[in-house]
Structures are given as C-alpha cells and as structure tokens.
Design a protein around this ligand. Structure first.
Ligand code: PGA
Length: 256
C-alpha cells in the first residue's frame, strides 16, 4: 500500500520571518495526519536551517528545491547534496519545470543530479511534465516517457526506490488550470506502466507518483481519488498553511 506524500514547494517566496511562521503553522496543522501521509516543505536554500528548527520534531520532512551534482569545489553559487544533508534535508526536488524551462536544465543534468542525490542518501522528488503545445500535439506520453528514461538512465532498481516522481503538466503550473482527474490518472498510469517495463512490477507498485499543477483545497480530493495519484507537489497553495493543510487532509482521506 502506498502512503500518500505531499510536498510544499515554496519556490522563491517567503522571507526569514514568514518562512518560520509558515513552517510552524504547517507543522501544527499537519502533524496529526502523519500516520496516514508523508509531508514535506521545500523552502528556499537560505531558510532551510531556520525552517528545520521551526519544524522541530513534528515529523514533517525538510526538502530543498534543487541541488548540484558535484560533491565540492569551484562551483560558485551551487549547493551540494552533503550540504543539504548537513542542514537536515531529507528530500530534494530535481528537474522542476521552472528549472527545465527557465534555467534550461537538460535531462542529462537532471540525471546527474538524481544519481548524486540518491548516492548521498537524499530522497529526490523527480519532476516531469509536458508543455501545452506538446499536449495539444498529442505528445504528452512521448515527452514524459523521454524525460523519465533519460532522467533515470543508469539508475538501478535498488536506487530508484528512493525516487518520488511528480507529474506536473507545465501548462497547469501556477496557471489555475489543473489537469482533470482523468487527465492526471491517464498519465500517472502510463508512468507506472513505464516503471514496470524499465524496472519491475514491484517497484511500479511501490513508487509514489505525485500530481502537481494548481492543486488547491477544492480540487485535491477529486485528484487524490484517482487510483494512481499518490499525493501532490503543491506550489502556490503551499504558501498558506490552511490551504496546504486542507490538501494534506484530502490526500490523507484518499479512499483505498
Ligand atoms: P502550483 O505549482 O501549485 O503553484 O501550480 C506546482 C509546482 O510548481 O510544483
């Protein structure tokens, strides 16, 4: 049985004070649901330590929004996996669409980051998803497949167990246009079947596949009701503790 997993991706938002306040409020509102779901928050790098302190022993996991694949050295501005471990991170988002499309991160870079993160003992949240033109052109399946095949290239089944996949159609991120539950389910099932082919049935059954893209308190329950939707990666709505807690609750009440 897969335990739903909800991540809050705060992106480049909050400041020192509001990050701590948000973390405390999320911990207080979500703590009692942790027997049914896993929850993490991913603040900007500079607030990771402060948020870790604010989360205390709540059981909410700390995640970073990105990482660099080299272990150390002359990589000005980059952050290593070990540094993330050092400040208490359990998770790291890799290959988010804003990094793919704004920062121009390639599948090859994402692959190196996934490998480095797993080797360091971090749990990656590996994001995939098609652009609107790709969906309109009927290329959703081929785009998502290619992202997964290239992103997970060379990663063994044993190591792939560390990965959560987040299906985030780019056209649904921050736009208010969420995928319909049927659209999400269709792609999630395709991803699970692909994992069975690339690896094995057992991993396909176990792997957590989150949906992301304009998840809100009022659409979370229906999306969570889809058999292959195992939780969410939440952007905008993760910045308000009440909204995020309502989404976490909807995932916790997922019908088995
Ligand atoms: P959104 O972002 O919930 O604001 O659409 C989701 C994400 O980018 O992870």
């Amino acid at each position: 049985m897969r335990k739903p997993f909800i991540g809050g991706n705060w992106k480049m938002n909050t400041d020192g004070k509001s990050a701590v306040e948000l973390a405390k409020a999320v911990a207080q509102k979500c703590q009692q649901l942790l027997s049914k779901v896993d929850v993490s928050v991913c603040p900007p790098f500079v607030y990771l330590s402060a948020v870790k302190n604010a989360l205390g022993s709540s059981g909410i996991g700390l995640g970073a929004q990105d990482v660099y694949f080299e272990a150390k050295g002359a990589f000005t501005g980059e952050i290593s996996c070990q540094m993330l471990k050092d400040v208490g991170c359990k998770y790291v988002i890799i290959g988010h669409s804003e990094r793919r499309h704004v920062i121009k991160e390639t599948d090859a870079i994402i692959n190196k980051k996934l490998i480095a993160a797993i080797d360091a003992g971090l749990l990656p949240i590996f994001c995939v998803g098609e652009l609107l033109e790709e969906r309109k052109a009927g290329k959703t399946e081929s785009v998502v497949k290619e992202q997964i095949q290239k992103g997970m290239a060379g990663i063994t089944a044993q190591k792939a167990k560390a990965i959560t996949i987040a299906y985030e159609p780019v056209w649904a991120i921050g736009t208010g246009l969420n995928a319909t539950p049927q659209q999400a389910q269709e792609v999630h099932l395709m991803i699970r079947q692909l994992i069975a082919v690339m690896y094995n049935k057992e991993l396909a059954e176990q792997i957590i596949i989150q949906y992301g893209g304009s998840v809100k308190a009022d659409n979370a329950a229906e999306l969570a009701g889809q058999p292959d939707v195992d939780g969410f990666l939440v952007g905008g709505a993760s910045l308000k503790a009440d909204d995020f807690a309502a989404i976490v609750k909807a995932a916790a009440e997922k019908k088995k």
